[in-house]
Design a protein around this ligand. Sequence first.
Ligand code: WTA
Length: 570
Amino acid sequence: MSRVTKLAPVEGAYNISKDLPNRENFDWTIITKHFSWTHTQKINMAYECVDRHVEEGFGDKVALHYIDDNLESQLTYSQLKDETDQWAKVLKKHGVTKGDFVFVFLPKHPSCHIAMLAAIKLGAIVGPLFEAFMEDAVRDRIQDCEGTFLITNKEFLPRIPRKDLPSLSTIFITDEATEDDTISISEEVKQIENLESVIEWVDFNHGLNIHYTSGSTGKPKGIIHTHRAMIQQYVTGRWVLDLKETDVYWCTAHPGWVTGTVYGVFSPLLNRATIVIHGGRFQAEKWFETIEKAKISVWYSAPTAFRMLMSKSDQVIEKYDLSALRHVLSVGEPLNPEVIYWGLEKLQLRIHDTWWMTETGAQLIVNLPTDTIKPGSMGKPLPFIKVEILDDQGFPVTQGQIGHLAIKASWPSLMREVWKNEEKYQSYFPFGKQWYVSGDLALRDEEGYVYFQGRSDDMINSSGERIGPFEVESKLIEHRAVAEAAVIGKPDAIRGEIVKAFIVLNPGFQENSNLLEEIRLFVRSQLSAHAAPREIEVIEELPKTKISGKILRRELKALESKRSSSAPVY
Ligand code: WTA
């Protein structure tokens, strides 16, 4: 495959060309006229995602199509409406009201979608938790916003440290029988008789969801989004994902990550798409099989997954019929050109990179289906988004130079606040209110294409999952053998970065592979699998600043990239 530097758009009837023949003529009413609240003034995300489609006569369309190793099931929009109404009634009966935090800790499964939408119907703020979280990760998040309600299942229950969570008054489980003092939703729905709607109308600024996300310092921070985000989440589904009536759509992320919530639940439902949910962990053959079986036409995934699929031999991919695919997109980490060339060769499709963050609430920089793709670039800002590359003083750099990737504020899906942390919220606006500064470094070419150049802080991005070094370091030093720890992202060909820990041992402990494995498992079993260091290296002393004694992770990162051979792997 020749390495062309520009991939022209393929001719097609794309939503964006119909809506916006002229990029300059952008007017929000092109988008807002879609929503029922433009004539009713009644606002609720869950209503726009589900109920309105039923009221408009699309109740029989498949909303959720679930597939795992043993099972396949479907739920129409009308069944999804009934289920979410009934679950909402159970939640309401047990005290959930407008503004409450309702955490959802469930696997990739329709029950996770139903739980989230039911809570939103009541005007609650939903907090989806990643399915691989262990006790500490669950505790930190629920404790931070004093969450009162949790929806989970029997299998995940042992990972809820209830004695440390006095605010958590009620736990619902999705299984039939109850456990301890939990409430079984499936049992309780059998007693529901009243079928009237339970929707609470809210205003645009009302809290919708909370996602905890990592930076380079401190514990994860709670990012709050509002119902207003639906405007941008709808339009990006329409223009960027290009969702149409006939599409079968698969977003591979779990709703515990912002992509899994925004583009796995809200955006496709707002666009009345059929969503595929694949249960279970990544496995190349299973993923290809899912595309074939469900006839997936639009697929949103991440570079690590594409690289893992690429590493399979040609014979594997050739076993499957992937011909239903028509539009493929990527997010979460740098999309290297090799992946795009692989897509062209094996799928005969361009892979469209998209850039955004938990804090931005929806895609901002994208490759639209109608744009030329320049492999290596994340694309261009959406028509209503203005991007600038700023120097350390907040002035635009000259074209082609690296600087801070900043977005002109505001846009509909920008976070409302960082929960109980105004200082952190303000830190995204270091040069005044007009520029949101992302923490990413980037450059821009003469045609306005944006190229990712790394982070300006120590945040780690492994397989597209955002990991804060502080959270991992804090866990490491809880181990009796560890005196000090510094955690960095080490470049990795498949995962983008892997979590690498440098540790100083306490006196009396000798380095050996059993001890290092014990330390790794300690983090894995208490925090989560994705945050556990894949490499641990013992050193005599950590590099620190002379005055404040702060750990210099950058020096360790520089040391790591200088090494030609890698450190021992555990
Ligand atoms: C990184 C995920 C390169 C970036 C939606 C950002 C990317 C962080 C891309 C946000 C991309 C996201 N190319 N890097 N296309 N998309 N990132 O909050 O560093 O989990 O700041 O949101 O992922 O991660 P988050």
